[in-house]
Design a protein around this ligand. Structure first.
Ligand code: ADP
Length: 286
């Protein structure tokens, strides 16, 4: 099966600054792929290159079996939801959809039918005559998703889809992403939320300082690093630091703890993605 997205040795420089360095990556058809990394890691730049919004300085990118310079062909196959709200605040919800449908040359009856279907899909049909200004942040994000679906893309790219949203809005967007994926759509998203990756992604690429530093599933990351963690408080309580020790299993971590004469300041818990991220990069995400 062909990849949905293939990057080979992709680099991006801004002036003399290298913000993406030698990125090689295959995203499979039908998967939810998450690019995870701290702010400034190069995630948005990578998504902008995959969606033809900016050109790589070097390397090769293929999307939906088209080379990245076949821009019109690619645009028919992809939907894009960027971080910045790109809706027209002076238009209504329906009018924003209408405008986008016309840009994609959808004939009127098909356009109307799809606007209705996708506004309904993201629970915005009752708000169709409201101005975009009247919508909450979560509603705007859902409208952006509905708009990106109008031409029925094969691959949906979402750059930080839930940043700044309240927990309910975030959960609803996760449900929408999962439903779209169950219907066969490939999803590529960037995030710096660990729980988003854990909830949604089949595979994860961790980026740091423009490079892909790890690639796999949550299960393979845990296999590689361990599933049990011993957390130990060191130093004086007012300036305490934490040391982390990985064990293959939670039981192994517990057995180690049980052998210690002095267990003060020690605890055992299951490893999570954030622990692995900190182990790989030496720093916290936020
Ligand atoms: P992320 O999405 O992981 O937060 P970005 O891809 O937005 O990271 O940014 C990576 C680096 O590239 C940052 O240091 C950012 O300042 C820089 N950068 C992004 N876009 C531009 C641009 N248009 N011009 C110059 N520098 C940029």
């Amino acid at each position: 099966m062909n990849s949905a997205v293939c990057l080979q040795n992709v680099c991006k420089h801004y002036n003399d600054r290298s913000v993406v360095q030698g990125l090689s990556l295959d995203i499979q058809n039908g998967e939810i792929f998450g690019l995870l990394g701290p702010n400034g890691a190069g995630k948005s730049t990578t998504i902008r290159m995959m969606t033809t919004l900016t050109q790589p300085t070097q390397g090769h990118i293929q999307v939906a079996n088209y080379s990245i310079d076949q821009i019109q062909d690619i645009k028919r196959k992809i939907g894009v939801v960027l971080q910045q709200i790109s809706l027209d605040p002076d238009l209504t919800v329906w009018e924003n959809m209408e405008f986008h449908g016309r840009l994609h040359h959808l004939p009127k009856s098909l356009r109307q039918e799809r606007i209705h279907r996708y506004l309904d899909y993201v629970d915005l049909l009752p708000r169709q005559t409201d101005s975009v200004r009247q919508l909450s942040g979560g509603m705007m994000r859902r409208l952006q998703i509905a708009r990106a679906l109008l031409h029925q893309p094969e691959i949906l790219f979402l750059d930080e889809p839930t940043v700044g949203l309240d927990p309910q809005s975030r959960r609803r967007i996760w449900e929408i992403i999962q439903e779209l994926n169950h219907q066969g759509m490939t999803i590529v998203l960037t995030t710096h939320y660990m729980e988003e990756v854990e909830a949604l992604c089949d595979r994860i690429g961790i980026m740091d300082q423009g490079q892909l530093i790890a690639l796999g599933t949550l299960a393979t990351f845990k296999q590689d690093h361990g599933e049990g963690l011993l957390v130990k408080q060191v130093g004086a309580t007012n300036r305490s630091q934490w040391e982390y020790q990985f064990f293959p299993t939670l039981a192994a971590a517990q057995a180690y703890l049980d052998q210690q004469c002095d267990r003060v300041g020690m605890m055992v818990r299951p490893v999570n993605l954030e622990d692995i991220f900190v182990e790989l990069t030496g720093r916290n995400l936020d």
